[in-house]
Ligand binder design. Structure first.
Ligand SMILES: NC(=O)c1ccc[n+]([C@@H]2O[C@H](COP(=O)([O-])OP(=O)(O)OC[C@H]3O[C@@H](n4cnc5c(N)ncnc54)[C@H](O)[C@@H]3O)[C@@H](O)[C@H]2O)c1
Length: 401
């Protein structure tokens, strides 16, 4: 089958290269540099090896393109484009809109259109289908389905093959064809009764994490005020063999999913007349963590950070990935600078960020660890400054969150 995947980022490239073992994949993206590199077999995504891209290219099963005309003749089109929040922290479906336009203007026959991008329940039925129909000059009887992506970049125990995949079509025919497609490379397919269930389940998975992370971050603040070690408390609670799931305190939440997806659920809830109070409160707690941490660091350093050289260690939003989207390091740097600190950062995995390069892990008055990559040694972090504050629990000997 000829399959187009719209968007060649974390989700789109991952699915493209897995599916290329069985199908002819056209990887469409608007970013010409990304596409040029992909066609040379160079990966820009952790978890997708350059060798796997080269193998797919040599097998004649993968081509990257910026030319929308190349999607003509596709039997399946997978949408994997960003679904961020706008400046009012409301769903921004502009990338989905532009993907729908590309599909409408370039497919020359009926296809199965599958959305893998994360969005609120009703997006497939009430937004994607009507938008494609609105932009289509020729009317084709497209089929529509959803299969929200669950990829967790940087982990190798779960991948496209063994991660259970939810799916549902708008029609039984769409559901059947979606099952047939994913069963060529995924072992565990879970059919649900409607696209809305699949869309809601995906949002709830990430909302569950967001709320629990906020709860444990609140516990970190309570524990510190009471003089109790929060991580020991969590380890103790974790000895209960049922009814408890351990989350760890941190500088906040980052990445494309956890800080964003719950707001999609909150927005659709509010439109349906339900106040999503947990989600809003969890957002506030997580977004306030960097300020709380900066305050703790200030207090420990004679109550002033004015002119102090502060090194933020690890600006990626999680260990062993170069992804800085929505990283709490950004808010922490802001909070530290507002208190008068002179802030630099070290992150050899990220390398360059906001036009600045990672600096040496040394010579600071204060170091604050946001993310601890495996390639950065705890001993080196401890030597980087006389005072080290650790939000990760991985730098023993540092002041702990
Ligand atoms: N990254 C993750 O871990 C993850 C996990 C599960 C679900 N998701 C969801 O998957 C979706 C995609 O996320 P991602 O992380 O892959 O994003 P990404 O930013 O890594 O990649 C998106 C790609 O789409 C391209 N693009 C944007 N508009 C386009 C268009 N109209 N036509 C063609 N290409 C276009 C961009 O250039 C970019 O390369 C989002 O809805 C996200 O919430 C992401």
């Amino acid at each position: 089958m000829k399959i187009t995947v719209i968007g060649q980022g974390y989700v789109g490239l991952t699915i493209s290269i897995f599916a290329a073992k069985h199908h002819e994949i056209v990887g469409f993206d608007l970013n010409a540099k990304v596409v040029a590199d992909l066609n040379k077999g160079i990966s820009h995504i952790e978890g997708v090896e350059s060798k796997a891209i080269k193998d797919a290219i040599y097998a004649g099963n993968y081509t990257g393109t910026t030319d929308a005309l190349d999607i003509a003749g596709s039997e399946i089109v997978v949408i994997a484009v960003p679904t961020p929040l706008n400046s009012n922290r409301k769903p921004d479906l502009s990338y989905i809109d532009s993907a729908c336009k590309v599909i409408a203007e370039n497919l020359k026959g009926p296809a199965l259109i599958i959305n893998e991008s994360t969005s609120y329940p009703g997006t497939l039925r009430d937004y994607i289908k009507p938008t494609i129909e609105k932009y289509s000059k020729q009317k084709f009887d497209h089929q529509y389905a959803i299969s929200p992506e669950r990829v967790d970049p940087g982990r190798d125990d779960y991948n496209q093959k063994n991660t259970p995949r939810l799916y549902a079509g708008l029609t039984p025919e769409a559901t059947k064809r979606t099952r047939e497609f994913y069963s060529t490379f995924c072992d565990n397919l879970v059919e649900v009764s409607s696209p809305e269930v699949a869309e809601a389940a995906k949002l709830f998975e990430n909302t569950f994490r967001q709320v629990n992370i906020a709860l444990v971050n609140e516990l970190a603040q309570i524990s510190h005020a009471l003089g109790i070690d929060v991580r020991e408390t969590l380890d103790a609670a974790g000895t209960k063999p049922y009814g408890f799931m351990k989350f760890s305190p941190s500088a906040g939440v980052g990445g494309h999913c956890i800080p964003v997806d719950p707001s999609y659920l909150a927005d659709v809830a509010e439109k349906a007349g339900v106040k999503a109070t947990f989600i809003q409160r969890a957002n506030e707690v997580n977004l306030d963590m960097p300020k709380y941490i900066a305050g703790r660091v200030e207090k420990d350093n004679s109550g002033s950070l004015k002119g102090k050289k502060v090194l933020v260690v690890g600006v990626a939003y999680k260990p062993n990935v170069a992804d800085t989207r929505e990283t709490p390091a950004e808010l922490l740097i802001d909070a530290l600078e507002k208190l008068g600190a002179v802030v630099t950062w070290n992150d050899p995995v990220v390398g360059s960020w906001h036009g600045n390069d990672s600096v040496a892990l040394s010579g600071a008055d204060i170091a604050v660890v946001v993310t601890k990559h495996d390639v950065v040694s705890a001993a080196e972090i401890l030597k980087s400054a006389p005072y080290v504050f650790d939000t990760t629990g991985k730098v023993k000997g540092a002041v702990q969150l």
